[in-house]
Design a protein around this ligand. Structure first.
Ligand code: ADP
Ligand code: LRH
Length: 485
């Protein structure tokens, strides 16, 4: 049968990549065309994304993707991290560098918002967890700025890059659900929340959904990349986590997933949101996935904790560090890997040591010990999220799927199996890119529904299974220790 080439642009907080997915009716192969670092920059104003360098990386990547396939790709799809955005003026020009979600401008903003719309009402209306960086809080923080006064349009990061590639503006729904301005039941804007907070929804371009066409590469883009046109851009689940969950190689419904990269996003795929007070108290979020599904999950600080330590230690070899960590005794000290105290960059080894000291646990002294503390803490946070999601959504699971860069960390996968007391199936590592490719393939009639997308992944992608080992009591004790019980 015919094989098509889809370029998937996947921008993570630590790196961007352009992957080429070659898909046929019974085949799926992913090749990396180009990878580039995503390095935020601290300006006098605060922490900013270097979005022009990312766009240059996208163009280089599309060129490399074309070179792999004789100057042709059949379509392009773009996904990235959530919540962040660029503001455009009336001429469509970008007003300044997009602000990084780890910037401090949103400190104390939520409390002001809650004075107008109480937190419980906000959750009932939007289903979104509290995170200081939700787009809603960012907008409230920005709105007295000179820049905001000139803003006529807000484009989320993947929508901004799509605009630069095609000249067409839209707001992709799965990513829009992270703004905290979408009602997960109607999958449309929550006009009531916006009105009460004085947010003009006219800032947003019209909603579009995964599978919708998003325009054609502009002639200048064809010229810069050497691609032969016309090349359509296809809307995918433009929130990277939506694309990653679409590529969880599950065989049934009774599964939990953990998308591990800079973040760990741990939870369930559901048919309807869970908007209970208990769910709010547990800070689970209801983000939108493909085909009206809900991504019911918790944000855990993830491998960010390790990335920041590795940076502080001057970039030692990761493999060696992990071998050292494997030799350190288990569960000596654990920290709360869900604590937003770890959100900001800087001084990570010290902050972890302080958290251990303050909770009366042994303080990790070497990089190997600190790494072990991080991985034990992540596994423990995975355990809690998987258990609590099942209870809050009344949706039991038999298996935990781990996807994303963290699948390359065998120790983390094994510890997660041990902590959850469930088998872990690890892979694919490039889940977001695969979900991106599969939605493009589906839009062009090459694959069927979500279940058949998943069957194709099971048949074609290498997966590794980890059985739970060790003493489950040790994890219960560590959990109790962390909860101060
Ligand atoms: P993001 O998309 O958020 O930028 P990724 O999914 O690319 O993140 O995951 C990046 C993380 O994967 C790194 O921080 C690192 O901890 C882990 N990782 C990547 N390669 C390896 C490897 N060879 N061994 C162990 N861990 C790895
Ligand atoms: C992961 C991610 C996550 C969001 C965060 C801002 O890359 O998209 O789902 O919560 O970035």
């Amino acid at each position: 049968g015919s094989v098509k080439s889809y370029a998937a642009v996947d921008l993570g907080a630590s790196s961007g990549r352009v992957m080429v997915g070659r898909a046929g009716r019974d085949s799926l192969e992913l090749v990396e065309a180009h990878r580039f670092p995503n390095r935020p920059v601290r300006t006098p104003e605060g922490l900013r994304w270097d979005v022009l360098s990312l766009y240059a990386g996208v163009l280089d990547g599309l060129k490399a993707a074309g070179a792999l396939g004789g100057g042709r790709v059949d379509s392009v799809g773009i996904d990235s991290w959530a919540v962040d955005h660029g503001l455009l003026d009336a001429d469509g020009a970008l007003l300044g560098n997009p602000v990084h979600y780890r910037d401090t401008r949103t400190e104390g903003v939520a409390e002001k918002v809650w004075a107008t719309v109480p937190a419980a009402e906000l959750y009932a209306a939007t289903g979104l967890q509290y995170a200081p960086f939700n787009t809603l809080y960012q907008l409230i923080a920005a709105r007295s700025s000179a820049q905001f006064a000139h803003a006529e349009r807000l484009l989320l990061i993947p929508d901004l890059l799509t605009y630069w590639l095609t000249g067409e503006q839209g707001t992709e729904l799965t990513n829009a659900s992270t703004t905290q301005l979408i009602d997960p039941r109607t999958r449309d804007w929550s006009r009531d929340v916006a009105d009460r907070l004085g947010i003009d929804l006219g800032l947003f371009a019209p909603l579009r959904r995964p599978g919708d066409p998003a325009g054609l590469l502009r002639p200048e883009v064809l010229e810069a990349t050497g691609l032969s046109g016309p090349v359509p851009v296809t809307t995918v689940g433009s929130h990277d986590t939506a694309s990653a969950v679409a590529a969880v190689p599950a065989t049934g419904e009774r599964f939990a997933y953990i998308c591990t990269g800079t973040w760990s996003l741990a939870g369930l795929e559901l048919g309807a949101p869970v908007l209970t007070e208990a769910s709010r108290a547990a800070n689970f979020t209801n983000e939108l996935g493909l085909d009206g599904t809900v991504r019911y999950l918790r944000n855990i600080m993830g491998l960010w904790l390790l990335q920041e330590c590795v940076r502080a230690w001057g970039d030692p070899d990761l493999g060696e560090l992990l071998r050292g960590a494997a030799a350190v005794p288990a569960l000596r000290s654990v920290v709360d890997a869900g604590d937003s105290a770890f959100l900001a960059p800087g001084r990570m080894p010290e902050r972890i040591a302080e958290a251990c000291r303050e909770s009366g646990q042994p303080v990790p002294r070497t990089p190997a010990e600190t790494t072990r503390c991080i991985l034990d803490s992540l596994a423990l946070a995975h355990r809690r999220a998987v258990a609590e999601a099942q209870a809050l959504a009344d949706h039991p699971v038999d298996v935990v799927h781990i996807v994303g860069g963290g699948t390359r960390n065998a120790l983390l996968c094994q510890l997660t199996a041990d902590a959850c007391g469930l088998p872990v199936v690890a892979g694919p590592a490039e889940a977001a890119a695969l979900g991106n490719v599969l939605v493009q393939a589906r839009a062009h009639g090459l694959v069927g529904d979500r279940a058949s997308m998943r069957r194709l992944l099971v048949r074609t992608q290498p997966l590794v299974r980890y059985e739970p080992q060790g003493d489950p009591e040790a994890w219960r004790a560590a959990e109790a220790r962390l909860a101060g019980r």
